[in-house]
Design a binder for this molecule. Structure first.
Ligand code: NAP
Length: 534
């Protein structure tokens, strides 16, 4: 049923990837070494990858390893590569960022071409997707999730209400959010809505000792603002219960052991929320429940700052007393549709799935929490690129993904039921990462996923499956960036090459060294370009 592929060790997670699963179905059997030579094309694959985060880089790595003569042009809107590795991972998690060392290796392939500072889109100073498509055999969309989900409740645009994505981007030096200036010095309470790992990252950065943060690559402006922060209390509020929250053990433990930070148990008590003896829970949930019950390393009476997990509260509105700034958040109390103990079957995997998916409903009871600062941390969102429609690339706005066959082929909108796997896809169009599967999972999941897509592209290419423009007459060899750059120049776009990026990178590291930290990131695109001019 599945083909297994060769091993690859990611230096960051030290994980050998031997088990990337690729479909072995009629006409699409896999196994890189067994790729037959049904390919009658007389030219190497010319592929555009949109996005330079881990999904793009890992796909490029895998593909260039299998097809060493292929040419891969990687488009990135910013001068700097690495996407969420640079702008999403918390600065105190340098081990997770180490995967950029693996990503650097990709740039050593002769067929790899980095095209930074060239955003794809239809606005001024962007390059339309439709103008690059004719110059490639295929396009791989790996541009991730560049937006955050909104709650759609009143008051969401009040001063003091931010998306966690913006806050994370701000402390990580994402140019778009360099001027966010979150209201850290207004009041002493911040609320985070949502209980995923991003929510826990936000709380940890708010409370992390400055001397620790100073050694990381956190942006200087964030460090400065955090040093003046008045926040002493953070409430992370979820609409469901402790067994449904998506935070993971490592991140939970980090907050519970942060020096000087006390954990306040929920007012309703753990018994009412857990409803099940911990020993009856599946292992993963048992460990989480035990951690929660144990509480923080610093007893709350001795703590300088406090944090709390609030459960079964669904946000209703952000409230203001002066119609400008946030003063409180209104919630509706929720209750479980089915009591937790009634969901248990004794079969650990079934219990894990059922408990995780447990539903809640509103009780009609309302309450509010006073706060001058709030972050919505309810997940990221991918959006369609302008030009998708013209190129026949569909987008599922509900799921926020490009519809695909799970292996990374973009599915044709008019694919009939039961269509052959490769006949039902949009020729030459592929996707990987969060835009393929939705904004969940860690970098290791993206690695698996990117390898799968790359394997499928290689397989399709070698099997003579239809790629972009295959139906057209005339010379079929595509010239990629060699052709596209003329239009980019006409549009006033200044391409940043890999060598350019290496100069920016070296300067950031040098500036960081001066301050005793890993690197000092540039605050803006202009600052990066000035380094190249200097
Ligand atoms: P997430 O894990 O999907 O969590 C989203 C949270 O928002 C959930 O608690 C969800 O509750 C809640 N939510 C969604 N819609 C809501 C609504 N309308 N009202 C109230 N609450 C709502 O998202 P994330 O924290 O952004 O993380 C994204 C991915 O990145 C995850 O896979 C995460 O593990 C990963 N990540 C990992 C790390 C790390 O490894 N250190 C760090 C950061 C991020 P429901 O469950 O009820 O929907």
């Amino acid at each position: 049923m599945f083909g297994r592929t060769s091993a690859f060790v990611c230096r960051s997670c030290q994980r050998a990837q031997r088990d990337v699963l690729v479909p072995r179905r009629k006409g699409v059997e896999n196994g890189l070494r067994r790729y037959a030579t049904a390919n009658t094309r007389q030219h190497p694959l010319q592929l555009a990858i949109i996005g330079s985060g881990p999904a793009g880089f890992y796909s490029a790595y895998r593909l260039l390893k299998a097809l060493p003569d292929a040419r891969v042009d990687m488009y990135e809107g910013l001068p700097s590569p690495y996407g969420l590795v640079r702008f999403g991972i918390a600065p105190d998690h340098p081990e997770a960022k180490k995967c950029s060392e693996t990503l650097v290796d990709v740039a050593k392939y002769p067929g790899f071409n980095y095209i930074g500072n060239v955003p794809i889109g239809d606005e001024d100073r962007q390059l339309p997707l439709t103008s690059i498509a004719p110059h490639y055999d295929g396009i791989l969309f790996a541009y991730g999730a560049s937006k955050d989900k909104r709650l759609g409740i009143p008051g969401e645009d009040l001063k003091g209400v931010h998306s966690a994505r913006a806050f994370v981007g701000w402390y990580n030096g994402l140019p778009e959010y360099a001027d966010l200036n979150p209201e850290l010095d207004v009041g002493d309470t911040a609320v985070v809505i949502g209980q995923g790992n991003v929510a826990l990252d936000v709380a940890r950065i708010l409370f992390m000792p400055l001397e620790e943060l100073r050694k990381t690559d956190i942006s200087e402006h964030a460090l400065e603002a955090l040093s003046k922060s008045r926040i002493k209390d953070v409430k992370i509020i979820g609409r469901r219960g402790p067994l449904q929250a998506p935070y993971t053990i490592k991140e939970l433990r980090e907050l519970l052991t942060l020096p000087g930070l006390g954990f306040v148990p929920p007012p309703e008590g753990w018994d009412a929320l857990l409803q099940v003896e911990t020993k009856k829970l599946p292992r993963q949930l048992k460990r989480i429940a035990e951690l929660l019950l144990k509480g923080s390393k610093t007893p709350i009476e001795q703590a300088k700052n406090a944090w709390q997990l609030g459960y079964l509260r669904s946000p209703l509105e952000f409230l203001s007393s002066d119609s400008t700034s946030l003063a409180a958040i209104g919630f509706e109390q929720q209750e479980y549709v089915t009591p937790m103990m009634e969901l248990l079957t004794g079969e650990p995997q079934t219990d894990l799935n059922t408990l995780r998916a447990a539903k809640v409903k509103g009780t009609g009871r309302k309450g509010k929490v006073s706060a001058s600062l709030a972050f919505r941390s309810i997940g990221y969102e991918s959006t369609a690129l302008p030009g998708f429609e013209k190129l026949g690339v569909p987008f599922d706005t509900k799921k926020g993904i490009i519809p695909n066959d799970r292996w990374g082929r973009v599915l044709s909108p008019d694919r009939g039921p039961g269509a052959d796997l490769t006949a039902g896809h949009v020729p030459g169009m592929y996707c990987a990462g969060w835009v393929k599967r939705g904004p969940t999972g860690v970098i290791a999941s993206t690695l698996d996923d990117a390898f799968t897509t790359a394997d499928v592209i290689v397989n399709d290419w070698n099997k003579n499956v239809k790629f972009l423009g295959d139906e057209q007459e005339g010379p079929s060899e595509k010239r990629g960036w060699e052709e596209v750059k003329k239009e980019a120049e006409q549009r006033g776009l200044r391409r940043v090459s890999w060598q350019d990026w290496e100069k920016i990178d070296a300067e950031e590291v040098r500036r960081g060294k001066e301050k005793g930290k890993e690197r000092e990131k540039c605050r803006s695109v202009e600052e990066m370009l000035r380094i190249l001019d200097g």
